[in-house]
Structures are given as C-alpha cells and as structure tokens.
Design a protein around this ligand. Structure first.
Ligand code: FAD
Ligand code: NA
Length: 374
C-alpha cells in the first residue's frame, strides 16, 4: 500500500507494479493524483494552471531523466524570473544585469565584485538574517531585493529571523539569467496530469482518491510506503512540525497578456503578494486565446492546522521533534516513510523521484525478491 499519490508515491507504485508485478493500492486524501505537481485546465480559457504553484521540471540526473521520459516528452521551456522593485523591473536571481541596472552604470564582472565586496564588508559578525544578507550582498541590494520579499515570506522582520535561514544568496557576476542550471529542463508536453496519470495507468495499480490513510485503521500485514506528513502518522504525539503554506488567488483577466512573462516577483513589502504567475507563458507553443489570460497571486504564511504544508521551517524545536519522529519511524515495522512530507524535507520533483527510485532499489525490491525465494 502507498499512502499519497504525489510523485514519490506514484514512482514507488509504478516500480512495484511494473518491475515486480505486485498489486499496489494507492490511497490519496485529495480528489486527484499528482500531489503538488497536479495541474488542471482552466475551463473558460483552456489554459493549464498549476493549482499548487508553478512547477518547472529540471534535473541533471540521467536516471531520473530517462525514467520520466517513459511517461511524457518535455518542451524546451527555459525558466526566467523577473522582479519588480520600486518602479523598475530587474532580472532574477541577482546577476550582472541586475547589478548594472540597479546602480545605473555598466560594470565589468570585476568591478561589480569589488563594489559588492566593499558594501558587504559593513557587517563582520551577522547576528540575524538581515545582517547575514548584508554580509553577502551589501545593504543596497539587500534593501531593494531581499528585505521586503523575505519579510513577506516569513511574516517576520528579517532582523528577528535567525541568520542560519540563509547560508548563501544566489549572485552571479555574469549576464546569465537562466533560473536553473540543470542539463535537462522543460514542461510536460501534454501537461502534468497526463504525465502523472500515465504513471498510475497499470492494471495492478488501484488508486483510491478521497481516502485518508489515517482513516483506514490497521492496514493489516500489508507493507506500507507512507508519503503523508511524518508528524500526522504518529498523531502529532511529539508535537506539530512547523511548515509554511501558500495561498493562491486565481483570476481570469480579459486581456491577452498581463505581465509578458510566467513569474514576476514583487520585492516591495507594501505589495502583499510575493509573486504573480501567468500560466500561458509556460506554454508559448500552445494555441491559447489571445484575449484572455489566467494569473495567480501568491501569498506566503505560516501553516496552521488544516492548511496545506508546503515548506518545512526547521526551527531548533522542529529539528528536535523531527529527531524523535525519525526514531519512531525507524521502529515502525514494515512501514517506509518517504517524500516531501514523510521526511520533512523540501524536495524538487526530480529529487522526490530519485529518492523514490533509491528506496525502491535499496529497500523494496530486495525485500520482495527475498520473500519470493523463501
Ligand atoms: P506531494 O506532492 O506533497 O504528495 C504527497 C501526497 O500525499 C499529496 O497528494 C497528499 O494529498 C497525500 N497525502 C498526505 N497525507 C495523506 C494521508 N494521510 N493519506 C493519504 N494521502 C495523503 N519541484 C520542482 O521540481 N520544480 C518546481 O518548480 C516546484 N515548485 C514547487 C512549488 C511549490 C509551492 C511546492 C510546495 C513544491 C514545488 N516543487 C517543485 C516540489 C514538488 O511539488 C515536490 O517534489 C513534490 O511535491 C514531491 O512529491 P511528494 O510525492 O513527496 O509530495
Ligand atoms: Na490503474
């Protein structure tokens, strides 16, 4: 049995069915498969929208790339992000074009490095996130691009956030403004849902939607791969793990193009959202209507009970609880914990798939082959 039909659970289910010939029951709490990678077509425009936020596929892992290409082809989409700060727009992450535009003059890579190093020298021993960021990029770029965005992401003044939240900030002293450096990048040609459905499309796989693993009672003596929240499995006995969540405000607009790009960040604190997604730009190759578009404004906040957990926070309290949950998880007979929620770790799609393939190869396959011999 697999709890959760996200990319981790689907990968495990697909391998168990296709490679081992096992019958697999996948239970999924939501009314659709795919976890957070799920997308759907906005009916009045035909535009594919990502319900849980923009998902861009990227990997340098040959094994993962080969694996996913069994289920879908990918477009040659290359992700780029821009940010609005004050009344200007700049490319992200901060690169030489951003630095030259911000300071209003042409600089060589060496000149830009020297300028930033001088500005970053202001702080020697950072005591909070603000000081840490200044020690990495200097005060002007921090104030323009990082302070407001960070405050909105964490709903907290960066001076009150621990320095450890950031160890580095992406800074490039070239004009390269591609968002991901991975060898393989793109979006599924037929959309995410077609890809994810193909993974589950096997006679030995049964998917039961709208079914919470916790409500099934004892699973019997069936081995389980659990990809729901780790603390939830144990009834939060050691306390709740902290997550951030996102709210998306979708809107269909009566215009062909709202912002000219797929993702626009908003750096200023007085703009309440952190980003605006415009989904038509993920698929310039598609024949979308010219007079309507779909956008989603993204807001970030701490997850309360009942909210979708998105990003693990990982305070010292969280880490202490996590250590205790991991001990409980190890002692749980015939249950493997995996995925983003089951391990309390942020995973990109390719990482979730790689980790599921590793669990399958190292733990699941040997267990069933051993059983078959006995
Ligand atoms: P999930 O996708 O979360 O799937 C877990 C599933 O388990 C869910 O469907 C959930 O409903 C179900 N579940 C939970 N509890 C239970 C239960 N008790 N019983 C039954 N079912 C249960 N990755 C990228 O590579 N590129 C991106 O651009 C990208 N953008 C992202 C943006 C956001 C906002 C977020 C949150 C993630 C993004 N990711 C991105 C990461 C990507 O979504 C993850 O790799 C993927 O979600 C991991 O898959 P998973 O199966 O571990 O978890
Ligand atoms: Na099926």
């Amino acid at each position: 049995m697999v709890a959760g039909a996200g990319l981790f659970g689907l990968t495990v289910a697909e391998r168990c069915a296709r490679d081992l010939g096992l019958r697999v029951l996948v239970v999924e709490r939501r009314d659709h498969i795919g976890g957070n990678a799920y997308s759907e077509v906005e009916p009045s425009t035909g535009i594919e929208v990502h319900r849980y936020g923009a998902h861009l596929f990227h990997t340098s892992n040959e094994r993962v790339w080969e694996y996913v290409n069994q289920f879908t082809a990918f477009t040659d989409y290359r992700h780029r992000v821009f940010t609005i700060a004050g009344d200007r727009v700049y490319p992200m992450p901060i690169n030489l074009a951003t630095i030259c535009a911000y300071f209003g003059r042409a600089m060589s890579p060496g000149e830009a490095r020297a300028l930033i190093a001088a500005q970053a020298g202001e702080v020697a021993h950072p005591a909070n996130l603000e000081e840490k960021a200044i020690s990495l990029v200097g005060r002007p770029l921090y104030e323009a691009f990082i302070r407001g965005y960070t405050a909105k992401q964490w709903q907290t003044d960066p001076r009150e956030l621990p320095a450890e939240i950031i160890t580095r900030l992406p800074m490039r002293y070239t004009f390269d403004d591609s968002y991901f450096a991975d060898r393989y990048q793109g979006l599924p040609v037929g959309g995410y849902t077609a890809w994810l459905e193909r993974m589950a499309d096997h006679p030995l796989i049964e998917v039961r939607l709208g079914t919470d693993f916790a409500e099934l009672g004892a699973a019997g003596n069936v081995p389980v791969v659990y990809t729901g929240p780790l603390d939830g499995y144990f009834g939060r006995a050691e306390g709740a793990l902290g997550w951030r969540t996102l709210d998306f405000e979708f809107e269909v607009l009566a215009q062909g193009d709202f912002q000219g790009t797929s993702v626009m960040n908003y750096a200023d604190e007085h703009v309440p959202y952190t980003r605006v997604h415009e989904f038509r730009h993920f698929h310039p190759e598609r024949d979308y209507p010219g007079d309507r578009t779909v956008i989603a404004r993204e807001y970030s906040r701490f997850a309360g009970p009942g909210d979708e957990p998105y990003y693990p926070i990982g305070t010292p309290t969280d880490r202490a609880r996590l250590a205790r949950y991991r001990e409980l998880a190890r002692a749980e007979k015939d249950v493997l914990f995996g995925g983003r929620l089951g391990t309390y770790t942020y995973l990109d799609m390719h990482m979730a798939i790689a980790s599921a393939l590793a669990m399958y190869g190292n733990r699941i396959r040997p267990r069933f082959l051993r059983q078959a011999r006995v």
